[in-house]
Design a protein. Sequence first.
Length: 276
Amino acid sequence: MPRILDYNGREAVRTVTVADIMALKSQGRQLAQVTASTPAEAAAAEAAGVEMVVCMSGFVSAVRAGSQRVFLTAAIDFSGAVTVDDLLRDALAALSAGADAVITARGLDGVRRLAHEDIPVMGHLGFVPKKSTLFGGVRAVGRTAAEALELWQKFQALEEAGAFAVECELIPAGVMREIQSRTGLATISLGSGPHADVQFLFTSDICGESDRLPRHARAYADLAAMHRQIEAERVRALSEFRSDVARGSFPTDAEVAQIEKTELDAFVASLPATAS
């Protein structure tokens, strides 16, 4: 694994670097990216061999605590970064907390500002959930020739603005194939088919924890059922405790501390008489 100096000047080891990600096209290999928001999820991703993790910027410290090695991208929230200066501030804070790159779906001015500061920045094209009303709801983007051409032009503009990578969400696979062969951006496919440098799914979908599995996702486990079983066991245990208290069967002698009878008798003898 490559050794780097993080944004605090500390030596670190990472699964991949920005340079590695940008070189994927020439190597013909793919990486995997998942989400994380807790140390446990980050540690699981590292243990599974997943190279890249993305989290909201507020969770960077927690995720980095779980894995010192995964390549970590911080998503800058819309509400916290109103201006371009806010975006820069939040990006620098995320990098200082342990992120390796940031992702934003904001405009090109923000991307340019971050790139001007040599901050590795990813864009987000195709379907952007927080902008779904602009698309008329949840749907693939680029299903007509005109819309696909407009999308390609956005890829070009994003690359010219200085981004090194782009999350490509719900873009038809055929369109993504053609864009992938022409763009210099590292591409991260979320429901956009196999023609990309990185394949991305949400951990909750992979592990079967989502209420509804999106069409583009695949569940490899059913943790939701396990969570339901755990909650049922929690309620059962608490109910039995409450019943034992009501019956007077908790606690028993085995569950309390004892005193020798002679010591107890001496203690009682030293006490004043109880009121009759």
